[in-house]
Design a binder for this molecule. Structure first.
Ligand SMILES: Nc1ncnc2c1ncn2[C@@H]1O[C@H](COP(=O)(O)OP(=O)(O)OP(=O)(O)O)[C@@H](O)[C@H]1O
Ligand SMILES: [Mg+2]
Length: 440
């Protein structure tokens, strides 16, 4: 059975959406078809993305989930779908979620009917009022968080696995991130310290603050980079996750392939899901060599930063691009977000995506196969800088040493400034022990 949904877009500088086209989906085959609206084509509005070119016919997808990756970015991930499923009292598919979820998803698209309740935004004051009401009614402990978010009746379409909401304060939209039961209560403090540290290391990073809730707990308020207040309403910027840009939903990695990656150091799906592929594939989105070179360099700086602070959760949905211009398309890395050091030190720490590719080589009679490197070492970080990310050897060396020195000098003061007590800061000493060596 084929179901169709209108696809709405907020064009640059506009606060009301227009219908860009229609998405028709047959889950059984599976087959997804997107068709631009004739009126949208006539208005000479821009294409939604470089991989969804303007044309009169149908753009068709029949592999993987068969839903255009850019459309999936607009819908909720596990946390948002969990709230929707609770509200509906049954499981909900990703496609169905796109049509009923709140329209606060990242980027400038929304699917389905834009009802008032889906468009509603919650202010921080309204949120606090709900919290107070529930507490007065005697709800407490670990149940409170879910009840609050549920009572807010909004949930969120922002991705990720942690409880979160979009909240408004003084003409700014925030992503509010709440620690889950089992998380350290200092997680918001630490994340805000890491975002500031990234900024001090020359990385474009999100602006965030620790938010103290009346019950004594803390959450993180991150300014949304894809919403701008205008006198007549909210404008939205287009966004694509690295997961969508790399079209990772089109092919499911096979278990055998994963195993091969671990034992032989190379698989095709590992290469596809790597920083190396991202650095290459983003060329189509950057709109020219100059921007592509600058963004590849920024990407390498983020790889280095993640390696130094041991953020090993740098998966493809934790990177994304914002659209600076639609015609021609120019997309640049969004401010960095979700920067959290690993809580325990791994024996051989590795990033979530490989950042270096070593092609097959022949040494005398011996043939070595291709290799992908995700394990963290200064040697591989420096080699990758020149091989894939547009750095000269000397400047890469200098950046790595300077950044390690900054991280080494600043991680403690920034965590303390964010409000973490000494013993909570001290717990990270072993995680940050490596940077001292690199800084030397
Ligand atoms: N400042 C921001 N403005 C707009 N969207 C954002 C911002 N920060 C994050 N996002 C979007 O929200 C999603 C969830 O945010 P984030 O990664 O911080 O949450 P998380 O639950 O910690 O994720 P994970 O599952 O990776 O642990 C991101 O994948 C991104 O799409
Ligand atoms: Mg995340």
């Amino acid at each position: 059975m084929t179901e169709t949904l209108p696809v709405h877009v907020w064009l640059p500088g506009e606060t009301t959406p227009v219908q860009a086209g229609t998405f028709a989906y047959d889950a059984e085959r599976p087959l997804g078809e997107f068709r631009y609206d004739p009126a949208y084509l006539e208005a000479r509005a821009p294409s939604l993305a470089p991989d969804m070119p303007l044309k009169q016919g149908v753009l068709r997808l029949a592999t993987g989930k068969a839903i255009f990756p850019l459309l999936l970015d607009a819908g909720p991930d596990s946390w948002g779908r969990h709230l929707l499923a609770r509200r509906l009292g049954r499981d909900i598919t990703e496609f169905e979620a796109l049509s009923v979820c709140p329209t606060d998803g990242v980027g400038n698209l929304a699917l389905g009917d834009l009802t008032e309740s889906r468009m509603q935004l919650l202010t921080i004051e309204q949120f606090l009022a709900i919290l107070a009401e529930l507490e007065a009614g005697g709800v407490a402990g670990s149940d409170l968080e879910e009840r609050v978010l549920d009572a807010a009746r909004h949930g969120t379409s922002l991705g990720g696995t942690k409880p979160k909401l979009t909240l408004v304060r003084n003409q700014t939209q925030y992503l509010a991130k709440f620690p889950e039961p089992g998380d350290s209560r200092w997680l918001p403090h630490m994340e805000s310290a890491m975002l500031r540290l990234a900024g001090e290391c020359g990385i474009r990073a999100c602006v965030a603050e620790v938010w103290h809730l009346p019950d004594g707990r803390a959450a993180l308020l991150v300014e949304r980079f894809d919403r701008t207040a205008l006198p007549q309403g909210w404008a939205r910027s287009a966004y694509v996750s690295a997961h969508a840009l790399l079209r990772l939903d089109m092919v499911a990695p096979r278990v055998a392939e994963q195993l091969a990656l671990a034992t032989q150091g190379f698989t095709l799906s590992g290469l596809r899901r790597s920083y190396v592929a991202l650095a290459a594939d983003m060329a189509k989105w950057c709109g020219g060599q100059a921007v592509h070179r600058e963004e590849r360099r920024e990407l390498w700086r983020r790889i280095v930063f993640n390696a130094l602070i041991r953020n090993l959760d740098d998966h493809p949905r934790n990177h994304g691009f914002l659209c600076r211009s639609h015609a021609p398309h120019v997309w640049q890395l969004s401010p960095a977000f979700d920067l959290v050091p690993a809580s325990a030190i791994a024996q051989a720490p590795a990033l979530a995506m490989a950042y270096r590719y070593i092609p097959p080589a022949k040494k005398g009679r011996q043939q070595t196969g291709p290799r992908l490197i995700a394990r963290i070492s200064t040697e591989d970080l420096l080699a990758a800088a020149t091989e894939h990310y547009g750095y000269e050897p000397d400047e890469a060396c200098e950046y790595l040493r300077n950044t390690a020195a900054t991280v080494h000098a600043r991680w403690r003061p920034l965590m303390a400034e964010a409000g973490m007590p000494d013993e909570a800061v001290q717990r990270f000493a072993s995680v940050f022990s490596w940077v001292a060596d690199v800084a030397r």
